[in-house]
Write a protein that binds this ligand. Sequence first.
Ligand code: DQA
Length: 145
Amino acid sequence: MKIFVLNGPNLNMLGIREPDVYGKGTYEELCAEIRAYAEAQGIELEIYQSNYEGELVEIIHKAYYGKADGIVINPAAYTHTSIALLDAVKSVNIPTVEVHISDVSAREAFRQQSYIRAACVATVAGKGFDGYIEAMQILENKAKE
Ligand code: DQA
């Protein structure tokens, strides 16, 4: 099974950025956790982070051409603004799970809207870095169906 993990803007700043909201773990530590789980499960993994909307769109296309079986995406602030990312996920028809480190449902009103959610098989929010592992498990279970 092949999974693409995508992280949107400012997630490269994990550990530095608002640790009270996102925790003290760094982006490198997040990647290491995801890689360790994937390796244990025999999942082929590609991890990306970009601060640019168009680049995230292109990585979603890359998942299609690279024959990914699933996508885990934390679109970060683009969750709340990007129809381009919604359309990209719809274009590739690959099971996709939306992840948020924080519990967006308990935050500001502008974080209540998620455009990408309409194209996702599930949303995991408020579980910290573990949410990425849960998202991969959801995709593994989907693949077995
Ligand atoms: C986030 C939540 C978003 O509202 C925010 O813009 C982020 C991170 C999260 O992981 O909790 O950058 O997606």
